[in-house]
Design a protein around this ligand. Structure first.
Ligand code: SF4
Length: 318
């Protein structure tokens, strides 16, 4: 049984203009010890899917359908106090996008992590701080820096502190939302190495949310490609990079710059993602798809299994 199963998840943001269908019928699973990537352009719904699992949506966001089953338990049937006590941060945690915004600037970094520990474990402040120092060592921060404020940390150190915070209660599943965005490539490489090392050491399952396909290639076992609130293709990483089936995935892969070979103009997918207040009928990718036929404008494609762990939602792959 997978550690996490998401089935037909639908999460909408209710605005004055109407519901924004940010996640609209998304299904995937995560095995124990696996890194599952959720990739796609900004605004495709990948962060909303992650926030839905932890039930951390803003007040105007609501899960309107589907199931989220973690270790055999339907998380959406659990009341908030129980979810907060037993699941959020204790068994499922998150590395939030933008470490500077996620850390409170007016509290010491060590205190913020200790607070998360004390909320879930019956330990004294001193014991919690000892654990924070231990975590700092694990993520490569000098333990004496627990008394620093976030502004005294570099961008890479703040990201490491966020990783320490996510590991504070020994969770089984970590949702890492764009963990390397806004870092330079050297620090990005160090953070990816750190995540890989900690994943093995803590036997973690990870959902890695990113728009960066090179990060997916570095760290993931399988990947789901999202477009306009839908999962359009899901496969192991090798298949996604070598034999992508969905035209959108093909576009994403061909947009990756090559460091070798002749200098050519970077490819991009023409057009822009649709407005999710009013998504197009049929296949949501049809306005940008070079292979679109009439059926694509009328009917939404079903998932088709094209390999052992390979699903695609495209009429041409049926
Ligand atoms: Fe393109 Fe049609 Fe496939 Fe959508 S269903 S990706 S529009 S070919």
């Amino acid at each position: 049984m997978p550690l996490l199963e998401v089935e037909g998840l639908r999460t909408y943001y209710f605005t004055r203009a109407g519901p924004v269908r940010a996640v609209d019928g998304v299904s995937f699973f995560v095995e124990k010890g696996e890194v599952f990537g959720l990739a796609g352009e900004s605004g495709c719904g990948k962060t909303t899917a992650g926030l839905s699992i932890l039930r951390l949506l803003p007040p105007y966001g609501r899960i309107v359908g589907g199931r989220i089953v973690f270790d055999g338990v339907d998380l959406l049937s659990i009341r908030e106090p129980e979810f907060r006590r037993k699941y959020r941060w204790k068994r499922i945690s998150m590395i939030f996008q933008g470490a500077m915004n996620a850390l409170n600037p007016v509290f010491r970094v060590g205190d913020q992590i200790a607070e998360a520990i004390m909320l879930h474990e019956k330990v004294s402040k001193e014991e919690a701080m000892d654990k924070v120092r231990e975590l700092f060592k694990k993520v490569g921060i000098e333990p004496s820096r627990v008394d620093n404020y976030p502004h005294e940390f570099s961008g890479g150190m703040r990201q490491r502190a966020m990783i320490a915070m996510a590991l504070a209660c020994n969770p089984e599943l970590v949702i890492a939302d764009e963990p390397t965005t806004a870092l330079d490539v050297v620090i990005q490489g160090q953070i990816l190495d750190l995540l890989r090392k900690l994943k093995d050491e803590y036997d973690l399952s990870v959902i890695l949310i990113t728009h960066d396909m090179s990060v997916i290639a570095e760290l993931c076992n399988r990947v789901g490609i999202m477009y306009a609130g839908k999962l359009v293709e899901c496969a192991d990483v090798r298949t996604i990079f070598k034999e992508p089936s969905h035209p959108y995935t093909q576009g994403l892969i061909s947009a990756i710059p090559s460091l070798t070979g002749p200098k050519v103009r970077l490819k991009s997918i023409p057009g822009a993602p649709p407005d999710l207040l009013n998504p197009p009928r049929g296949c949501r990718f049809h306005p940008r798809c070079p292979y679109a036929v009439d059926k694509c404008r009328r009917e939404e494609p079903e998932y088709v299994r094209v390999g052992k762990l390979h699903w695609v939602a495209c009429h041409l792959v049926a």
